[in-house]
Design a protein around this ligand. Structure first.
Ligand SMILES: [Fe+2]
Ligand SMILES: [Fe+2]
Length: 212
């Protein structure tokens, strides 16, 4: 399990749950972003020990420190518990989810180390041990690529097959009440407006349904 727990914002958070929730698509979009992060980290590692690409490092740190922890929490605190309830206790997915949580623990710890190392290289302009940084980066992005490929090939297809509409709504509700509300059918601006107290936000799909 991840060390820090993201508490859904509050019980009186505005109602922002989309009427056509697609949280699985959110997870797939986040995986695509994480694969791009792996490419960035590989490009940085390829440049070492002689060249450090500061601009790639800045983008990488931003994804490492915000996108990845919230993604792991979404899986561990919302998706995996729903899946565990929807498949039999003897289903191989049960133990697979435990393995994925163990990987989150390892990758979460590595993520903090790598973000710190990159940030210090960005701030200081020099790297104490560039070979070690390259080694850490390679270990991390290779493990991440395997992890993401496995979730895409096995976990998400099962989720699409077994989760009920109520499950998907509760998954989307968890996302909306988290520190990083997101919906693939609503703009970030609309979500921020609603979070600031403007009340319910309907995505274009929901508005069209409401109008007819
Ligand atoms: Fe994961
Ligand atoms: Fe994932």
């Amino acid at each position: 399990m991840t060390a820090a727990s993201e508490t859904p914002a509050s019980t009186n958070a505005p109602s922002m749950t989309c009427n056509a929730p697609d949280p699985i698509r959110i997870l797939r979009e986040e995986h695509a972003l994480q694969n791009e992060l792996c490419d960035l980290l590989e490009a940085i590692a390829d440049g070492l020990p002689h060249h450090f690409d500061r601009s790639l490092a800045l983008v990488s740190v931003s994804i490492l420190e915000t996108g990845m922890p919230s993604h792991m929490r979404l899986e561990e605190e919302a998706l995996f518990p729903l899946l565990r309830r929807r498949v039999a206790e003897s289903h191989p997915l049960q133990s697979a989810l435990t393995c994925l949580e163990d990987e989150h623990d390892r990758d979460g710890a590595a993520l903090v180390e790598i973000a710190e190392a990159l940030r210090s290289a960005i701030d200081g302009g020099s790297i104490a041990n560039p070979e070690m940084l390259g080694y850490m980066l390679r270990g991390f992005f290779e493990s991440q690529r395997r992890h993401i490929a496995w979730e895409e090939a096995v976990v998400l297809p099962i989720a699409e097959a077994v989760l009920t509409p109520d499950d998907l709504s509760s998954l989307q509700k968890w996302v909306m009440q988290s520190e990083h509300p997101r919906c693939c059918q609503q703009s970030v601006i609309a979500l921020r407006t609603a979070r600031a107290g403007a009340g319910t936000v309907l995505c274009s799909t929901c508005v069209q349904r409401h109008d007819h």
